[in-house]
Design a protein around this ligand. Structure first.
Ligand SMILES: [Zn+2]
Length: 101
């Protein structure tokens, strides 16, 4: 093995590792967990997203859970908001209910 061949192998491994990393990110994005039932596979609702779901937030997208049918909306880069809370005006992540003993 010459030095050039070792470089070739190293480069191939680096490219493969980068490709795996990109794929992992894509899979992660496509398998967003449902905040309601915690199952992965939240789907982007393209029909509701066409032209925007909300006049006030043109970047918002609607998501739907195929498991529990829950609907969520999210502004570009923002947290997922349950549709009912969104329609009530919420745009921030809802804090978890405190447990009182
Ligand atoms: Zn769900």
């Amino acid at each position: 093995m010459t030095t050039d061949e070792w470089w070739g192998i190293g480069l191939t491994i680096a490219i493969a590792a980068a490709a795996i990393g990109v794929m992992a990110v894509v899979v992660q994005l496509s398998r967003t967990r449902c905040p309601a039932c915690r199952k992965p596979g939240l789907e982007l609702d393209l029909r509701a997203s066409a032209g925007g779901v909300d006049d006030q937030a043109p970047d918002a997208r609607q998501f739907r859970c195929p498991h529990c049918e829950a609907e969520f909306r999210r502004e570009d880069g923002g947290p997922l908001i349950p549709r009912s809370a969104w329609e009530a005006g919420a745009r921030e992540e809802i804090p978890r209910a405190r447990v009182h003993r």
